[in-house]
Design a protein around this ligand. Structure first.
Ligand code: ADP
Ligand code: ZN
Ligand code: ZN
Length: 728
């Protein structure tokens, strides 16, 4: 007989690494994975039993008894607990920090006056009401569409595998990757009447259209959708349906990887290269990498799809760890757009556009087709400037400029309630423009209101009436964001119907969808916008893409900047000509010979990736080394650097318990502490220090004891460790 376990180790929703021990009565039915209510100080909290133990370091007089289950909640399965355990070890995060935020809050709150039990019941009923009526067959007639030979080949490669494998589906834009996912899932889901599939997309904005495609294709299969921008009750309903096996397809953003799926058979990660898969707060996990870990642990196949795979994945495929599957033709038979580089140096510009770009837009609109004008910078102008003394609209809380924004008409009444409402400001053009375009840029007759907004801390103030430094009233916005581009386009093409999409537009509920619907319905001639327009959309009449200015990204300090720029531009370019024979992409740049643009013009991802990987190998950068980044925020820059210098010393002198072995230390490179690229944010100084190693086990062997030592120090500085950081 094994002695009954008497201690429950409970995870709570706290940013702390530890589990909390509670005593169980001898005959307690409580098991690992159970949701419980624990006494906590004078109140009670919901927790998750991570494990049982037969001893604890908590003194007997302080050990409290746990005997209350949270009603209605399903027990979390062992495979899920293992995945969370793996994730918390790998990312050096608390078990509770990873596990609890993954579960909708509504389902894990202490029952109050309004019974929580019924909230769970309501959540169950709610999803059931959305279910399609059961009929024969799961696949839609659309499934009869003939696959291209590339798709057929890709599908058979993926289907040839049983058990765990990672497929990297590299398909050019418009090659029909989605069709390959759907065929694959259709076969698996038809084969087993209970089977579930998980599909991850990088952004909330991509879920509606992907959900639509899934519903059209699998009208009979219950679909659960999960992202962080859903009403609580709806999210709870969908989560329960997924966790209880009632949903057959689960579509979601990164948090969906942490839903326990009892009958999971396959995983798809679409746009696998996208940095949005990395969690930005709390436990900094990569949902793509956890999805791979999940598939590996459960012995399942996983497909990672992208037109521009991450160099990590590409490298893994090159080395045979992943299986590379390629789609090299567009499914519709359309050819790829002609990509042309337009030199900005010495060119005449009107509203930031070269003459050939303006001519191309004119021709496109005249043919009744659509053009997408891409500028990855929202707002009106990136900075407000005093022409007299050179004052710039710096944020006093951040190491950044406050961005000039035009206040939309519909919220103007709110702006006027602020003290010192803004006066109209003359929007100046950037210096590179000709006198003629300066004249074009004078403000429109209707008085616009502008505000200064910091994109980092959210500070939002009216534009000052006069320069805070010298009192000059002639303040002007420098440079151009999407709002100003939209205005410029309207004056260049007065009869064109223009639709803008960026995060400012998307903030109004439904506005983004409205704009996309209008674009799909052909009610928009010119689409103006940021990245948001680039991802995933399939505009049938779109034949021209103009990239207004992407040069800033070429000079970012981050070694991943070229990779990201290439992916973004490839994706934007990929919106063009998906259904027409002839389409063009015009890239305006001061550096037409830059390798990123040369590779884009040649549509040559393989070449670009090979060159980048060579550079990375020579410079000992990922994927050839593994990194962890220690970041810290404190009152002063000196404090941040002092904290990191001390942490560095601790690591190098192995002043930890247990001590870090010399062999492990020998495999590490510990860089010097440096201020972060955004050295101040929200009034706090920020600094970082990189620790890297060609050996992942060595890196992790050092991180564990080192972090424990840092935690024990109880430092005033707020610090955070990011494993596999994407931004450095
Ligand atoms: P990707 O995700 O690879 O960019 P999509 O999956 O969006 O591409 O497919 C691009 C377009 O091609 C879509 O309109 C899709 O309906 C169409 N398509 C996909 N497969 C086929 C096929 N076998 N025959 C005809 N059209 C197809
Ligand atoms: Zn001034
Ligand atoms: Zn700020």
């Amino acid at each position: 007989m094994i002695a009954p376990a008497t201690i429950a180790r409970v995870a709570l929703d706290l940013p702390l690494p530890e589990l909390f021990d509670y005593a169980l009565s001898a005959d307690s039915p409580i098991c690992p994975g159970d949701w419980v209510i624990v006494p906590w100080g004078r109140s009670r909290r919901v927790g998750l039993v991570a494990a049982l133990a037969d001893s604890t370091t908590v003194p007997p007089d302080r050990l409290r008894v746990l005997d209350e289950r949270l009603p209605g909640m399903p027990r979390m399965p062992a495979h899920w607990l293992e995945l969370i355990g793996f994730g918390s070890r790998y990312y050096h995060a608390g078990f509770g920090e990873l596990a609890l935020p993954a579960v909708p809050k509504l389902l894990r709150t202490v029952p109050g006056a309004r019974s929580r039990g019924s909230a769970v019941v309501r959540a169950r009923e709610r999803f059931a009401a959305d279910l399609p009526k059961p009929t024969e067959g799961i696949d839609h007639p659309d499934g009869e569409r003939v696959l291209t030979s590339g798709q057929a080949e890709a599908l058979s490669q993926i289907q040839s595998c049983t058990g765990h494998a990672v497929f990297l589906l590299h398909g050019i834009t418009g090659s029909g990757k989605t069709e390959v996912y759907f065929r694959w899932l259709a076969a698996l889901l038809a084969h087993d009447q209970a089977a579930q599939a998980l599909v991850l997309v990088p952004e909330i904005a991509l879920t509606p259209q992907f959900a639509q495609r899934i519903r059209e294709r699998f009208p009979m299969l219950p679909l659960a959708i999960l992202h962080s921008d859903m009403p609580d009750a709806e999210r709870a309903a969908h989560w329960l349906a997924a966790a209880e096996g009632r949903a057959r397809i689960v579509l979601g953003t990164r948090l969906a990887v942490l839903v326990p799926l009892p009958a999971l058979v396959a995983v798809v990660v679409d746009e696998e290269h996208d940095a949005s898969f990395k969690q930005q707060e709390g436990a900094r996990y990569s949902a793509r990498d956890l999805a791979i870990a999940l598939a590996a642990r459960r012995g399942l196949p996983i497909v990672l799809g992208s037109a521009t795979p991450s160099l990590e994945s590409w490298h893994a495929a090159r080395r045979g760890r992943y299986r590379l599957v390629s789609l090299r033709e567009r499914a519709s038979g359309a050819s790829l757009p002609l990509v042309q580089r337009m030199a900005l140096r010495g060119a005449r510009l009107q509203h930031g556009l070269t003459d050939p770009a303006i001519a191309a837009i004119n021709e496109t609109v005249a043919r009744g087709e659509q053009a997408l004008i891409f500028l990855n910078r929202r707002g009106y102008a990136p900075v407000l400037n005093c022409g007299a003394c050179g004052w710039l609209s710096r944020c006093d809380q951040c190491d950044a400029y406050r961005v000039m924004h035009k206040v939309p008409h519909r919220v103007t009444h709110q702006a006027t309630q602020q003290v010192g409402a803004a006066t109209p400001v003359r929007p100046a053009s950037s210096k590179s423009e000709s006198p003629r375009s300066q004249a074009d840029a004078t403000p429109s007759a209707s008085p616009q209101r502008y505000r200064l907004v910091c994109h980092h801390c959210g500070a939002d103030q009216p534009v000052p009436r006069s320069c805070p430094e010298c009192g000059n009233v002639d303040l002007a916005g420098l440079g151009r964001g999407t709002q100003r581009l939209e205005e410029g386009l309207q004056s260049l093409f007065p009869s064109a119907r223009i639709g803008r999409l960026d995060r400012d537009v998307a903030r109004r509920r439904g506005a983004a969808q409205q704009m996309l619907d209008a674009a799909h319905a052909g009610e928009v001639d010119l689409l103006v916008g940021t990245q948001m327009l680039a991802k995933g959309h399939d505009f049938r009449r779109l034949t021209l893409v103009v990239v207004v200015d992407a040069d800033a990204a070429l000079f970012a300090a981050d070694f991943r900047a070229p990779e990201r720029l290439f992916a973004t531009l490839m994706q934007v370019a990929g919106r063009a000509g998906r259904h027409h024979a002839a389409s063009r992409v015009l890239i305006q740049t001061r550096f037409p010979e830059h390798p990123v643009f040369v590779a884009l013009a040649a549509h040559n991802f393989d070449r670009f990736a090979a060159d980048q990987l060579t550079e990375r190998e020579q410079a000992s950068l990922p994927p050839f080394v593994h990194q962890a980044l220690l970041t810290v925020q404190a009152r002063s820059a000196d404090d941040t650097i002092a904290f990191l210098a001390d942490a560095r010393h601790r690591l190098l002198s192995a002043d930890t318990d247990p001590p870090i072995p010399d062999t492990v230390l020998a495999a590490l490179t510990v860089c010097d502490p440096v201020p972060m690229p955004l050295a101040q944010m929200r009034g706090l100084a920020r600094a970082q220090m990189l620790v890297e190693s060609p050996s992942r086990p060595a890196l992790h062997a050092a991180l564990g004891p080192w972090l424990a030592a840092l935690r024990a120090q109880r430092h005033a500085a707020r610090w955070q460790l990011v494993v596999d950081p994407l931004e450095i």
